[in-house]
Design a protein around this ligand. Structure first.
Ligand code: NAD
Length: 258
């Protein structure tokens, strides 16, 4: 079997949080193209249902939509139950849901701070923990978390201390889980994308006006596209990445290299 065949995900069972749109949807599409069955997990059940239908129609795989708030342990536990009822097992988890608030630190309220940390960091912990419990019992699995280049650098000019702190937390959480679960065949890695064109950036009133400035700063002079994160995630989800765990993949067009 050639390397491309070995990288296929036929029959694997995967959930993707924040899978209704943006990076989650794009990576879920790649997983489906590679042959996996996918649960699209999102707060926005209408959009999640549309995405799941699209994946089924285009790829001949099974896809379901599940409404869940990743900050709510009861939702996360019910989500895992639904995945297991429908798919019977769980091979891969893409813990990707996240938000960004751009507010100067001195003006940020406790509630605003908590919202970002709850979704971006605690949400990743809760979903990775729930996935990990199933995978440890099964004897293996792969967890991929979405961090950000903001876990490495302080983005400018927008003020986003809570976002940056949450993403640095995701990177260290990823490494910690990878070490705890290493000998039990559960791998944990994360991706750290640079600026990617999604609703989060292109349609955010606070971020959209900054795109020209970011592009000027970027070595490639442009933002990334969600599709440019697909192949690394397919690699991490599949069996050819068996020696890859505890790693953080910075995919940023060299933004953090300068
Ligand atoms: P997006 O806003 O297009 O999509 C995020 C999805 O997450 C939405 O469908 C939303 O409904 C869902 N979501 C939000 N809160 C949720 C919750 N509590 N429970 C369940 N679902 C929830 O954003 P995106 O750009 O696709 O971002 C996806 C991830 O990538 C985020 O973690 C983000 O921080 C990260 N990221 C984005 C960029 C970028 O430039 N777009 C760069 C680096 C990292």
């Amino acid at each position: 079997m050639g390397i491309i065949e070995k990288m296929r995900l036929d029959g694997k069972k995967i959930f993707v949080t924040g899978g209704a749109r943006g990076i989650g949807k794009s990576v879920a599409t790649a997983f489906a193209e590679a042959g996996a069955d996918i649960a699209i997990v999102d707060l926005d059940i209408d959009e999640a249902t549309k995405t799941a239908k699209e994946l089924e129609e285009n790829n001949g795989i099974k896809s379901i939509a599940i409404k869940a708030d990743v900050t709510n342990p009861k939702d996360v536990s019910a989500m895992i139950d639904t995945v297991l009822e429908n798919f019977g097992r769980l091979d891969v988890a893409f813990c990707n849901a996240g938000i960004c608030l751009n507010i100067p630190a001195e003006e940020m309220t406790f509630e605003q701070w908590k919202k970002v940390i709850d979704i971006n960091l605690t949400g990743v912990f809760l979903t990775a923990q729930a996935a990990g419990k199933v995978m440890l019992k099964q004897g293996g699995g792969s967890i991929i978390n979405t961090a950000s280049m903001s876990g490495h650098i302080v983005n400018v000019p927008q003020p986003q201390a809570s976002y940056n702190a949450s993403k640095a937390g995701v990177i260290q959480l990823t490494k910690s889980l990878a070490v705890e679960w290493a000998t039990r065949n559960v791998r944990v890695n994360c991706i750290s994308p640079g600026y990617i064109g999604t609703e989060l950036t292109l349609n955010s009133p606070s971020l959209k006006p900054l795109i020209e400035q970011w592009n000027e700063m970027a070595p490639l002079k442009r933002m990334g596209r969600p599709e440019e994160l697909q192949s690394i995630c397919v690699y991490l989800a599949g069996d050819t990445s068996s020696f890859t765990t505890g790693s953080d993949f910075v995919i940023d067009g060299a933004f953090t290299a300068i």
